[in-house]
Design a binder for this molecule. Structure first.
Ligand code: PBE
Length: 294
């Protein structure tokens, strides 16, 4: 159940940016913002909706000189930390809830064209037939609902080096009242097997481990399977995964939702008020995605 993060090659993307000489100590630029970061936006895994939204942003804001570097969530945060520690400029694809906002002083670049959409939700999706086959797990998944602040508690612990399973277990123990709203009316089971899929995004590592701990305490034998976003949706649709708490809707995963529509059950939001966009350190002297064109 321990999730192993793969450090993608994209972390290298920040190297050139950090060697760039067109900057002062404060990270503001003598030359253009683009030159200061080598025209690189540090992205995450290609299956993420955030990457599709960023490709759309490059198009909409006419940023044809720019490259969006593919990698992983872990590579993105590593590149960010490296630049931030040296007060160097960097632009990353980011989202909320994320521990980065409690560890660093950051800002979203304004998105006047609304390419990244507004606030949305994280939904829980289940394979067809889960309600009949595993009514207790289904009920917990259906009742699972928490806030960004609650998720952040777990994420920060994991970032500080705690094992995700342990961090989730501690959170579940410390938040028994909240957890009891998820397990209300749920009968215990005896070792029934449940497989949850997730992508190695920090937010989903936290939520998936929390729900896994709750199901484990109810007597389930839980397997967590880490996948890319596409295979995750396909897995829920073909029934090889029982469920996932990682569906960002209605916008971010709209294409997956469409593609597999009718082949999964949407259990509704487990969190409301998420956000996506381009994120920079607060010390950078830009405010809007439009500033990247200059
Ligand atoms: N994220 C985190 C995902 C959803 C969860 C914003 C990186 C995505 O873009 O698909």
């Amino acid at each position: 159940m321990v999730s192993v993060l793969t450090i993608g090659l994209a972390a290298c993307g920040s190297d050139n940016a950090s060697k760039n000489e067109n900057k002062t100590d404060k990270g503001d630029t003598k030359a253009s913002v683009g030159e200061s970061v080598d025209y690189k936006i540090i992205g995450i895994d290609p299956g993420a909706g955030l990457m599709k939204a960023t490709a759309a942003a490059v198009e909409e804001y006419e940023l044809s000189d720019w490259n969006v570097v593919e990698g992983s969530g872990a590579a993105m945060t590593a590149a960010f930390k490296k630049a931030y520690d040296k007060e160097e400029p960097i632009i990353v694809t980011g989202w909320t809830p994320h521990w980065m906002f409690s560890k660093f002083d950051l800002k979203y670049l304004e998105d006047p064209k609304g390419v990244y959409g507004g606030e949305e939700n994280i939904n829980t999706i289940a394979r067809l037939g889960l309600a009949e086959d595993h009514p207790s797990a289904y009920k917990v998944l259906d009742q699972f609902n928490w806030t960004a602040d609650e998720m952040a508690d777990v994420m920060v612990k994991i970032t500080d080096g705690e094992d995700p399973e342990k961090a989730a277990n501690e959170w579940v123990k410390a938040n028994a009242d909240k957890v009891s709203t998820w397990t209300e009316g749920v009968e215990k089971v005896d070792g029934d097997k449940i497989t949850l899929g997730y992508v190695a995004w920090d937010s989903e590592i936290a939520s998936t481990n929390v729900i896994s701990q709750v199901l484990t305490e109810l007597g389930y034998d839980v397997t967590l399977r880490q996948l890319e976003a596409g295979p995750l949706w396909a897995g829920v649709a073909d029934g090889s995964l029982d469920a996932s708490v990682a569906a960002w809707l209605p916008l971010t995963h709209a294409d997956y939702y469409e593609k597999f529509n009718g082949k999964f059950e949407d259990l509704g939001a487990n969190m409301e008020g998420t956000k996506l966009g381009l994120v920079v350190p607060a010390y950078m002297d830009i405010d809007s995605i439009e500033d990247l064109k200059k």
